[in-house]
Design a protein around this ligand. Sequence first.
Ligand code: ARG
Ligand code: ZN
Length: 872
Amino acid sequence: QPVYLSDYQPPAYRVTHTELTFDLDPAATRVKARLQIERQASVDATTPLQLDGEQLTLHALLIDGAPLANSDYQVTEQGLRIDQVPASFTLESDVELSPQDNTALEGLYQSNGMYCTQCEAEGFRRITFYPDRPDVMSTFKVTVIGDRQREPILLANGNPVEQGELPNGRHFATWEDPHPKPCYLFALVAGDLHKVEDHFTTQSGRKVTLQIWVEEENLQKTDHAMGSLKRAMAWDEQAYGREYDLDLFMIVAVNDFNMGAMENKGLNIFNSAAVLAHPDTATDNAFQTVEGIVAHEYFHNWSGNRVTCRDWFQLSLKEGFTVFRDQCFSAETNSAPVKRIQDVSFFRTAQFAEDAGPTAHPVRPDHYIEITNFYTLTIYEKGAEIVRMLCNLVGWEAFRQGSDQYFQRFDGQAVTIEDFVDCMAEASGLDLSQFMRWYSQAGTPEIDVHGEYDYAHGEYHLTLRQRTPATPDQVDKEPLHIPIAMGLVGTKSGQDLTLTLDGEKLGRQAVIHLRDDEQTFVFTDVAEAPVPSLLRNFSAPVKLHFPYSREDLAFLLTHDSDGFNRWDAGQRLAMLALDDLIAAHRNGVEKVMDSRVVEAFRSLLANAPADKAVLAEMLTLPSEAYIAEQQPIVDVDAIHAAREFIRQSLAMALRDEFMATFEANRSDDAYAPIPEQIAQRSLKNVALAYLVSIEDEQGLALCEAQFAADHNMTDVRHALTLLVHSDRDDLASPALKSFGEKWAHDPLVMDQWFSVQVSRPQADVIDRVKYLMAHPAFSLKNPNRVRALIGAFAQNRVNFHRLDGQGYALLADVVIELNRLNPEIAARLITPLTRWQRFDETRQELMRSQLERIQREPLSSNVYEVVEKALA
Ligand code: ARG
Ligand code: ZN
C-alpha cells in the first residue's frame, strides 16, 4: 500500500476555518469539530468528500446543521467518505477517543497525567475527521475543557481569547490562531503545569511573551532553553530577516515523546530531554543539544510553518533547510570548527550507513508506506548538506536573497523543493538543474581522486572520478554536480599556493565543480610540489578517496589552513594505522603501533591549536561505528581490538603529556555551558580517558576524585563512564551505586545511568540489560527509557553483535513488544538489525533469522515496511 509522489493530486476540498472543542477525559475525550469546507472551483460537483480518521468513535455528523443519515456516509478504518456535499458548507462532527490508551504517542495522548498532542506527520487523523495533509491550511479556533484541579492549565496554538468556569469542577480556555496552518501543526496541552516567563522585543518592536511550561520540579531547569530561545529569535532576525509573528511563544516539556521536539505554531512541544538542562543533571553535550533543538523548532516558524510542504515527499524542504539554519546558529554561538567536525563525523558514521543499507532513500523519496519511517538522517542531515552546498554554490548574498524571495513568494502556502531551489537559481542566475539530482538520487557518491605534479611544467593535474553505488530500486546513477572546496598546500612553504585554473587566478582556495563522471583539472604556475587538501569543510556529502601517504597526512595535520581538514587528516592517518591493526588481528599477527601516529599526536599536544575543543576532537580516535563504515565487511571484534590497541599505545607513549594536559585544564570555576569552559572540559576529559585506558594508577585516582568532587554532570558522568567501562569493577560498582541512588528521582539522569552501564565492552552486559529492564525506573512505554537502555545497548558493538546471537534476540524481543505499544519507536529500534549485509556470514544468518522472527508477527505498517526492505 505505498503512496507515490507521482500520484499527487491537489485537494478537492479545502478547509477555510476549523473550530474544535475538546472535552478532556482520560478514557473518553470528546472532540467536536466545526469545519468550513469549500470545493475547489476546478473540481466536479459529484466528487465525494474524503476525510482521514483513525481510531475514532463517531457520535454525530451534520452538514449545515442537518444530521446525516447513516446511508449518507461511510466510515472505514482509514476515514470517512460523504458522497454528496454542497460546494460550500459547514461540517460538524463529534467523536470520542481514549488518550490514556494511546501508547503510540501520536495524536492526543497522556504523559504523566498531562494531555498533549503530536500530529506531524499524520497524527491529527487520530483527533478528528479531517483532510490530514499539509496542503490543506486553515485558521483554527480551539476550546479546551478540563478538570479545574487536574488540568489547571489549558493550552493550544495562537492567542488566548477567553477562559472561564464550568459546572462540575470543569473549566475551559479558548485559543485562536490567525495564521492559516496545516493540521500537523495543531497542538493542545492540558495539565498541572508551571511556567517561567520572559520577553523578547522583535526588531520591528513587537513585544513577545515567552513561556516555558514544565512540571513543578523542573522549574530550575529552564534557564538554558529560555536563553537559547532568545538567542535564536535574535539570530533569525539578523541572519534571515525573519521576525516572530504572534504575541506569545510557548514551549512545553513532555516526558513521553517519540522524537526531540515539534514546531506546532506558537506552542512548541518538547521531549523533556531536549529542553531541560541544569549543570547538576545535564552534560555539556546536553546543553548544546537543547540549544540546537530550541533554535531548530523556533526557526521552523518560517521554514516550515509560514511556508510549509505541499506533501510529505517534500519533508526535507522544511527539515533540510531548518537543520542547516540551526547548524549555522550553533556554529556561531559555539566553536564553529568543532560544530562542523561533530556534525560531519556523525553524518559520515550514521547517514553513510543509512545510504549503504536496505532502507537507503533519496532526500526526496518517491514512495513510502509509512511516512514516520522517513524522519531520517537522509531527509534531515543530508537535506541540510544539500542546502549548505546550495548556499556555497550561489554565495551567501544570493542565498539570502533567494531565501527572502522564497518566504515572500510562498508565504501561507504549501510548496515543493523545486520552489525553493528555483528561488536560489533566480537569485544567482545559476543553472541548478543538474544539482537537483541530489534530491532524487539515493546513495553516497564516491570520488576517486588522482593527483600528479609535473615538475617540468609547474603543473598539478587533478583527476576526479565519481560513481554512486546502486541502492535498492535505483540501480543506475547519473553524475551529480559536486562542489569540491580545495587548496594545494606547498610541501616546501607549508602554505596554500595560489591556484590558477584555465588561466584564471582563483586565490588560495577554490571550489572546483565536478559534473561529469570523470574530469581533469590542470592547475598551472604551481611552483612547488603540493599536497592537495580536498573537500575542505566537507563541501559535499561524499566519500573522497585519495591515496595519501602517512607523511602527506602528517603534513596536512599540521599545515592545512582549513581546520576541518586538519582534523580530517588526523582521522585518515589513524584510519590507515587502524586498517593495518585490523588486518593483523584477523591474521593473528602481532600488532605493532605505527610510530607516525604517536609522533603526530605528540606534536599536536606540544603545539596545541588555540581552540582546545578542536584539539580534543583531534585527539579523539574515529569511533568503532565510523571505522566499521570504512570496512568492506565489518569485523566487530577486530575493530574493537585495533582501536583499543591504538588508544592504549598512545596512552602509554604519551602518558606524561596526557597527565600534563589533564592538570592544565582542571578548573574549579563555577560551571557555565560556555564555549571556553566546554572546550577545556572536553580536552581534560579526553586526556583522562587515555590515562584510564591503561589503568594508570594516578589516572584512576584522578578519575575517582573527579567523580567524587561532583562538580558538574559533564565531569561526573565522564568519570563514571570511564570507571564503568574499565575492568576495575571494584571502583565501578560503588560509583554506579551511589549515582543510581542519588538520581533515582530524576528520570533524565537515570537514562544516563542506564546508557553508561549497557555500553561497556565487558561480556556481562547482556545480563545487565535484562536486569535493568526490570528496574523500577525503566519502562518500555517511555521512548527516552527505551533509547537509553535498549538503543544504547544496540550501539554497543561488541556486545550487540555477540556470536551467540543473544544481542540480536534481545533486540528482536523488544521490537516485537514495542510493535504493539509504539510502532514508530519499534521501527526505529530495528535499524541495527537491518544492516546485516555488512557483517560476516555467521552474523548475517543470526540477524536475518531475528528479522524473520519479527516478520512472522502481526505487524504495524511502520515495522512491516522496515523489515520488508531489510529482507528484500
Ligand atoms: N518536525 C519535527 C522536527 O523536526 C519532528 C516531527 C516528528 N515527527 C514524527 N513523526 N515523530 O522538529
Ligand atoms: Zn524539524
